[in-house]
Design a protein around this ligand. Structure first.
Ligand code: GLN
Length: 533
């Protein structure tokens, strides 16, 4: 078998240029050209994983099948490549240090002084190479988080330098930078890019390919200048323009031949032109939607769209299937009151109540849920959103006014209770119920079964609390039924109200499994309900 190829994606000048989308798009092109590809993210912070991070810090925490709590870029990788990622695909500085320090404590370094170089850099290299070792992937794309020049990224850049030296043409470095346009001068400026590449060179890394994020098309002279001053081939300078949808980016790079240059440099044979027929058809659907619908998403992090990245993308995918442009009104749960709920949700054809942790904004979510239930507006509650639906139903239909989740109060009616295994937990990191679990849907006359079209599904989880089965019977008698359950533990996974137009609460996170080429059936059904009269 041929050697695995390693592509490193670094970023310069500023963050938020779209390294994740660049990595995903190039990986997509190589995958569509007949190779198996995976993408890995290295994050330069000291948290062992982003599971303990507030979404305001780095946006949503993405969860993989194997229960890893990861950076949201892994969501892009999965949505583009349509293959699952795992813990190995996201490594932080914290995780690297933790394993090196654990080895030190065990005495594995045999009396040696443990240092950033070589011990930390060796561990980084090991984690990169690990993905190539299994023989599963022809190409591993590794995205280095942060911006070149940050103190935190230095060990990662040093690891890239060493690997490039050791692997020769099996390794490639792509550097993404910004070329700002100065309106007053009427010019695209290349100096920040030159400086950023100098910074990389100072660290011993010569980028092979440059991708310039730009708001204006690159001229030949800009391309030429950047190539000359950065020691990069002229045909290896690409542009990343602003486009209406991130899903267009693979096609933008295909047109420019980014994959061909990358593959040629790595001596990876070009077997065929990337087959993006289905991808392109999806994009055409997305760009030519006939209908429109307004829906509301109620959450407490709505000021930061990245906090609900996967939900947002899943809704876009579902709109595409339903030939509908979904206009999302992001409603701050702390602002919802009994007095303004009707005004806030007026004209909304569906309501989604988002996941979350902690008490803040909870009453607003419950009020919005009640409004959707009482006014027959299609409702999807995800994780905490499902728990809110259960609390709301217990309070307002069962008449248990003090019903609540044990997460928020020590009520005599904990309709949502802490899971048995969670009671003894003291460490917060990576101790929730995480990852994929089975769920069985027995009743075929349910929205869930109609959406999935099968009895056994697998969805990903991230929670500590659950539907309290002591209330199962009383709730069912009044119309809220547990229609999906974990077959092993009996844990309630899906609740529905049959008398309602479309009311579904799920303890799991369907959004993590929606892909551009395979939109999630539950979101598709939710949007379908929103547009149906
Ligand atoms: N806070 C709730 C729990 O831990 C819900 C979690 C979530 O929405 N992801 O069970």
């Amino acid at each position: 078998m041929a050697n695995t190829k390693f592509i490193f994606v670094t970023g310069g000048v500023t963050s938020s240029l779209g390294k994740g989308i660049l990595a995903s798009s190039l990986a997509k092109l190589i995958q569509a050209g007949g190779y198996s590809v995976t993408i890995q993210k290295l994050d330069p912070y000291l948290n062992v994983d982003p599971g303990t991070l507030n979404p305001y810090e780095h946006g949503e925490c993405f969860v993989t099948d194997d229960g890893a709590e990861t950076d949201l870029d892994l969501g892009h990788y999965e949505r583009f490549l349509n293959v699952p990622t795992s813990q190995a695909n996201n490594v932080t500085t914290g995780r690297i240090y933790q394993s090196v320090i654990n080895k030190e404590r065990k005495g594995d370094f045999l009396g040696k002084t443990v240092q950033i170089v070589p011990h930390i850099t060796d561990e980084i290299k090991r984690r990169i190479m690990l993905l190539g070792k299994k023989g599963e992937y022809d190409v591993v794309v590794t995205e280095i988080g942060g911006v070149v020049g940050d103190i935190e990224s230095l060990p990662f850049v040093e690891a890239v330098r060493q690997l490039k030296w050791e692997l020769g043409s099996d390794a490639l470095c792509i550097h993404l930078t910004l070329v700002p346009y100065l309106a007053a001068a009427g010019e695209i400026k290349t100096k920040p890019t030159q400086h950023s590449v100098k910074q990389l060179l100072e660290n011993g890394v010569q980028p092979d390919i440059l991708v310039l994020r730009t708001e204006h098309p690159l001229t030949d002279s800009v391309r030429h200048k950047v190539a000359l001053f950065c020691n990069v081939d002229r045909n290896a300078v690409f542009e990343s323009p602003d486009v209406p949808s991130i899903y267009e980016i693979p096609l933008v790079f295909q047109k420019q031949g980014l994959h061909e240059v990358a593959m040629t440099k790595m001596r990876l044979p070009i077997k065929k032109e990337p087959d993006l027929e289905h991808w392109t058809a999806q994009l055409n659907r997305l760009y030519n939607l006939s209908n429109k619908v307004d829906i509301a998403v109620v959450g407490k992090y709505v000021e930061l769209p990245d906090a609900y990245k996967s939900i947002h993308e899943a809704i876009i995918h579902a709109g595409m299937v339903n030939d509908t442009k979904v206009n999302i009104e992001w409603i701050h749960s702390e602002k919802v009151t009994d007095d303004n709920v009707a005004e806030l949700l007026k004209d909304k054809k569906a309501v989604l109540v988002a996941p979350g942790f902690g008490h803040r904004g909870i009453e607003g979510k419950i009020i919005a849920t009640r409004y959707a239930r009482e006014n027959n507006i299609p409702f999807l509650g995800i994780c905490l959103g499902m728990q809110c639906a259960v609390i709301e139903f217990a309070r307002n239909v069962l008449g248990l006014k003090d019903a609540n989740s044990a997460e928020f109060s020590t009520t005599p009616n904990p309709v949502i209770d802490i899971m048995e295994q969670q009671k003894t937990i003291t460490n917060m990191g990576h101790t929730m119920r995480l990852g994929a679990y089975p769920c069985k849907i027995d009743d075929e006359d349910t929205n869930a079964f109609r959406a999935y079209g099968k009895h056994l599904i697998h969805e990903r989880h991230r929670h500590r609390y659950e539907f309290n089965n002591d209330y199962l019977k009383a709730m069912a008698e009044k119309g809220m039924k547990a229609v999906g359950k974990n077959p092993d533990s009996d844990l309630v996974e899906i609740v529905e109200i049959k008398e309602h137009k479309w009311f579904v609460g799920v303890q799991f996170h369907p959004e993590y499994q929606s892909r551009f080429e395979a939109p999630h059936p539950l979101f598709v059904a939710f949007i379908k309900a929103a547009i149906s009269e």
